[in-house]
Design a protein around this ligand. Structure first.
Ligand SMILES: [Zn+2]
Length: 370
């Protein structure tokens, strides 16, 4: 475990606690105003728009918070995390779904996550073997896209981007497919791919999701109209093809509409093959070259910070193992248990969006890392 840095410990504890309580109130307000918005998770988010559409992005809808309940971070945890980052010279950060819940994108495994309401993500095998599954996936994805891309980076992403810009973070890897790191100004390796690209399962051609969205719209004008109706609030009506938003932000589409109103999926423009979002679905493997890039980054690191991940996917867990095997300490900031709790150097039970901005406010990170 790291010891408390003298610079920080020298400050009055009473002042620190007072400052934290103040920020806690500020953080709560932020969460209340941006958290809990719609949006779908990556196995079912949506497609849908041209650049013109993106300019009319819909704001997240105020709903119940997707962020798990947690007490404010303790002063001790604040100092421990500060020291972990401060004492690292080549820090790599690995982020997971917890970083996006505060932006209105539900995760799977937390108490309010998509699994809690019975959601079952599509598997790679389902997608590849069943045209019906692909139609259902892409129809929901099309309908939910505008809200999905309406999410804005929250305090976790913004804090990490600041640390990175000041030289305190050497590299980042994310399990998230929503591109929120990019919007905050970072450029991480996307371990599980991204919904912003579409890949051909036959020839491997990568194309832009926004272009794909326009092609979906052109092929399915009646679905495009139904989505317009949905976005005006007429949920569940025949005019919106019975589409409903569930509490976790996922979209339901009545199967009778999928059977009645054929949903046409655009084919690859190069080989007419089957198109899939460039996302690693459950049951699929991360491409080897990407795994190798991540491992190379870990091998060059002297410490690893995991943020907002339960590390339940093997592709993420093995990066933690690789760091520990080379002797790099691993700190985890997450609400709830993780797969690496027993082997991590430091586990901090805290909401990343609450503790990271406070760590930045301690002052040491305002100057560039030497
Ligand atoms: Zn192709």
């Amino acid at each position: 475990m790291h010891t408390i840095n003298n610079l920080v410990a020298g400050r009055s504890m009473a002042l620190m606690v007072q400052s934290m309580l103040h920020q806690r109130r500020r953080g709560s307000f932020l969460q209340a105003s941006i958290g809990g918005g719609h949006v779908c998770n990556y196995a079912s988010e949506g497609v849908a728009g041209s650049v013109a559409t993106a300019e009319r992005m819909l704001p997240p809808q105020p709903k119940r918070s997707l962020v798990p309940e947690s007490p404010p971070p303790s002063p001790q945890n604040l100092f421990l995390l500060h020291d972990f980052v401060y004492n690292s010279k080549r820090l790599v950060v690995l982020t997971g779904a917890g970083a996006s819940t505060e932006c209105g994108i539900p995760d799977y495994r937390s108490p309010h996550g998509a699994y809690s309401s019975g959601f079952k993500p599509i598997t790679h095998q389902d997608f590849v073997s069943s045209e019906g599954s692909r139609r259902r996936y892409w129809a929901r994805s099309y309908a939910g896209w505008r809200r999905f891309i309406g999410a804005q980076p929250g305090p976790t992403y913004n804090s990490l981007a600041k640390l990175e810009a000041r030289g305190w973070v050497m590299g980042m890897i994310t399990q998230n497919v929503d591109r929120l790191h990019y919007r905050a100004g970072s450029n991480p390796i996307e371990l599980h791919g991204t919904t912003h690209h579409v890949i051909c399962l036959d020839c491997g051609d990568l194309s832009d999701r926004y272009v794909f969205q326009d092609r979906v719209k052109a092929l399915n004008p009646e679905w495009a109209r139904a989505v317009e109706v949905l976005e005006k609030g007429e949920v569940g009506s025949d005019a919106s093809f019975g589409m409903q938003q569930r509490p976790d932000g996922d979209l339901e589409i009545d199967d009778k509409f999928l059977q009645k109103e054929n949903f046409n999926i655009p084919a690859c423009q190069r080989c007419s093959g089957v198109l899939k979002p460039d996302v690693v679905f459950f049951g699929d493997n991360v491409p080897k070259a990407r795994v190798d890039s991540c491992l190379a980054m870990i091998h060059g690191a002297d410490s690893l910070l995991v943020v907002g991940s339960s590390l339940m996917t093997m592709s993420a867990f093995r990066l933690v193992r690789a760091a520990l095997e080379k002797g790099a300490p691993v700190a985890i900031v997450n609400i709830g248990p993780t797969r690496a709790d027993d082997i991590a150097t430091l586990k901090i039970e805290a909401q990343s969006g609450e503790i990271l901005p406070r760590v930045l406010d301690l002052g040491s990170f305002n100057i560039p890392s030497s």
